[in-house]
Design a binder for this molecule. Structure first.
Ligand code: MN
Length: 247
């Protein structure tokens, strides 16, 4: 355990720091994580597989579904312990957006939203689906199903200037070498600037915030021993495996 910083009375863990790489894989520095916002039901095929109705047009989208994970849910190395309290851990592969600037709540114009983006990566919104489904059925919050230790594995980040047009990229997840999820990012119901604009109506966005942008269809269970390979085109990749948690 680290010693407390001068003046601190306990040795609390510092915020996670995600490596930032260039296209050649060279380490440029680190991104300190402040908050993790997540978007639910942002691909029509996944909304339908979860039993929800997908909007037929932009005008019928209503508002995005948002929830959060704790910042220390980030996993940077590829080893993910199987979490307690579940027998149905699901993968959701997602575009991860890293913010490099602040925007006071309610003041982020849609046309300015893209300028907040610092970098992109690919991550997994790991979900204790049994707990989430039980909460949904009772009209209760999703927190225990979504915001738990090690629930947010994230790749190294790529600065936005190197990423190009992300809507042309394919998001995919292989488990044990077989494709489980795949979609083009042009299928997002709410794109990145639209999500940041909507989030800004509710929160002051800050540098260090991450946004998990939602998953396409194909969510399914992971077991201890499974290997996974999440990709965002050829600009971000996260490979890892699930291990039985130590008892
Ligand atoms: Mn998700």
């Amino acid at each position: 355990m680290d010693s407390p910083a001068s003046g601190d009375l306990v040795a609390a863990a510092p915020a996670p720091r995600i490596p930032v790489h260039d296209l050649a894989g060279k380490l440029l520095g680190h991104f300190p994580v402040r908050r993790i916002y997540c978007v639910g039901r942002n691909f029509a095929d996944h909304a339908r597989e979860m039993g929800a109705t997908a909007p037929a047009s932009k005008a019928e989208r209503g508002h995005p579904v948002f929830f959060m994970k704790p910042a220390d849910a980030i996993v940077i190395e590829g080893v993910v312990p199987y979490p307690p309290g579940t027998t149905d851990l699901h993968h959701e592969v997602e575009l991860v957006v890293a913010l490099g600037r602040d925007a006071p709540a309610g003041e982020l114009a849609a046309d300015d939203a893209a300028s907040l983006v610092f970098a992109y990566g690919v991550g997994l919104d790991l979900t204790r689906r049994d707990l989430q489904s039980a909460a949904k059925a009772k009209g209760l919050p999703w927190d225990t199903g979504k915001g738990f230790d090690h629930s947010a594995p994230v790749s190294a980040l790529l600065p936005v200037a190197d990423a190009g047009d992300i809507e042309s990229l394919m998001l995919s997840l292989d488990v044990n070498g077989a494709r489980r999820q795949q979609s083009g990012l042009d299928q997002l119901i709410w794109n990145v600037p639209e999500i940041l604009h909507e989030l800004s109506k509710l929160y002051a966005l800050r540098a260090g915030d991450l946004v998990f942008m939602g998953t396409p269809a194909g969510v399914a269970a992971l077991q201890p021993g499974d290997t996974f390979d999440a990709r965002l085109g050829d600009i971000a990749r996260f490979q890892g495996h699930i291990v039985q948690a130590a008892v």
